[in-house]
Design a binder for this molecule. Structure first.
Ligand code: GCU
Length: 398
């Protein structure tokens, strides 16, 4: 038995050693050179210093406080989904600098349950696209012609979630900050100082703005007695997975975090990256991150952190990272590595994560409080993924 344990430890050490050949900064070594050996030291010293680095150097700080100014329950149907669910559409309004911004939160909540997980995440094309329910308000159109109702049904699986006793809550991400190089619209101007027209070098890019919006949705959900606010899981796919990850890393009130195919700027380690590199992301989407981050373009080795540290900030809360086999752009192997390395922090809490450095087979869930799978197929979030997330929520979100 002891020999087996020794053998496994050696394999893990060798694999961590091969990652450190990528010069990935040490997760468990503080800036002052001290090794972090307990969850207490992690929480007191290392987590705050990682948060400060990642915030000012990559995603950007939120430049002030802005609370919800007004809440309007626009719609409530207690007989949705053939009587199985409550549907709610809630308008959240923010005010600042004599400007106003509103976003609609759509929720389907399972009926007759007090304690249940709710998945909160942004949708890509408007709330009306997540399900064919004709009562869902058609989203304001920012980006060309409005998408038809229900076109993202297979990405949201509302019925599957309600049948499994889970809630789902979503907003259209453009309503918080339009996904274009224009900082005169969206949430940014509400927090500008006099004369400011774009975020300062260390201030938020769109990923941080979207993450901020998820936390504001949670503010509301915690006040709604029909929601179990202690079990809100933040989730997102692709660029919205990057935003969900950052929201969950910063805001400890999220009960768990799920990053689906989030890739570069999400779960994936930047160093020696395949698929989308920092150069490719920063060139195409400069708005996503703070100006400060641009100095690392083609200079990844200078980064004082890497994405496994963002994942580790979620500890000890449950974390799920998922990839897809035909999604080389998101770099599944580096997404997996990140989850494996982040597991070191979970161990400080006596929790289990990814315990083998071997890249898993397709369609096989691995891990525990930190979980991972690589689904067969393309860049997407599909029924297979949701089935894993539902089981994960039931097992780990207490
Ligand atoms: C592009 C981008 C990715 C992003 C993806 C998406 O492919 O390069 O970083 O994750 O869009 O959001 O769908």
């Amino acid at each position: 038995m002891n020999k087996i344990v020794l053998f496994c430890t050696l394999i893990i050490l060798c694999s961590i050693e091969s990652f450190s050949q990528q010069n990935i900064p040490e997760l468990l070594m503080a800036k002052n050179g001290n090794t972090i050996a307990s969850s207490k030291q992690w929480e007191k010293l290392r987590r705050p210093e990682i948060l400060a680095m990642v915030e000012s150097e990559m995603y950007g700080i939120v430049p002030g406080e802005l609370k919800i100014s007004e809440i309007n329950i626009l719609d409530q149907d207690v007989q949705a989904l053939q009587g199985k669910a409550i549907r709610k559409q809630v308008k959240l309004t923010f005010r600042g600098n004599q400007k106003e911004l509103s976003v609609e939160l759509l929720m389907y909540l399972p009926k007759g349950k007090k304690s249940y997980p709710t998945f909160l995440g942004y949708n890509f094309s408007g709330n009306h696209t997540i399900y064919g329910d004709t009562a869902i308000h058609i989203a304001k159109e920012w980006n060309g012609a409005a998408k038809p109702r229900g076109v993202e049904t297979s990405n949201w699986e509302v019925e599957r979630l309600i049948n499994a006793g889970c809630g789902v809550a979503t907003m259209y991400y453009w309503d918080i900050a339009p996904d274009r190089e224009d900082f005169s619209i969206g949430i940014y101007p509400l927090l500008y100082k006099a004369g400011q027209t774009k975020p300062a070098n260390n201030e938020w890019g769109s990923l941080a703005a979207w993450a901020w919006g998820l936390s504001r949705a949670l503010d509301y959900m915690k006040t709604d007695k029909q929601v179990d606010g202690s079990k809100v899981i933040v989730i997102g796919h692709s660029r919205l997975g990057k935003a969900a990850l950052w929201a969950g890393a910063r805001d400890k009130r999220f009960a768990a975090v799920i990053s689906n195919n989030s890739g570069c700027g999400g779960a994936s380690i930047y160093r020696e990256k395949a698929g989308e590199t920092l150069l490719k992301m920063n060139n195409r989407f400069p708005r996503w991150t703070a100006v400060n981050f641009k100095k690392y373009t083609e200079n990844e080795s200078l980064l004082p952190f890497d994405q496994h540290m963002v994942l580790a900030m979620v500890a000890p809360r449950p974390l799920y990272v998922a990839s897809a086999s035909e999604d080389a752009w998101a770099d599944p192997k580096n997404e997996f590595k990140s989850a494996l390395l982040a597991t070191e922090v979970y161990k400080l809490y006596g929790l289990k994560g990814i315990n083998s450095p071997n890249f898993p087979e397709l369609n096989m869930h691995v891990g525990a409080t930190v979980s991972y799978h690589i689904r067969n197929g393309k860049h997407n979030i599909l029924a297979y993924d949701w089935d894993q997330y539902i089981s994960f929520a039931k097992k780990f979100v207490q």
